[in-house]
Write a protein that binds this ligand. Sequence first.
Ligand SMILES: [Zn+2]
Length: 98
Amino acid sequence: MALFCQRCGTGLPPGARFCSSCGEVVSAAPFISGSPLFRPIVGRKIAGVCIGLAQTYGWDVSLVRILAVIGFFFSGGLVAVAYLACWVGIPEETMPLP
Ligand SMILES: [Zn+2]
């Protein structure tokens, strides 16, 4: 599928996240663009779900954690289930070999 910058119309390679011509953020859907969503090993508190989501979407990791904790208690288990789903569904970051 061809990808084009919405600002300047430059053709971009599949999976591009930024326009090589003007720097515009090309895709608002990291899943579709193939952005690597993973659970980092460094900086995690439990399973790395919060920090993984925060890094992928550019969110503040502290805010994500606060919302997750609040959600645990007030969502009737919905967030807990979502967290477990992410834990299982998001691949663990693979450390580069030395
Ligand atoms: Zn552009």
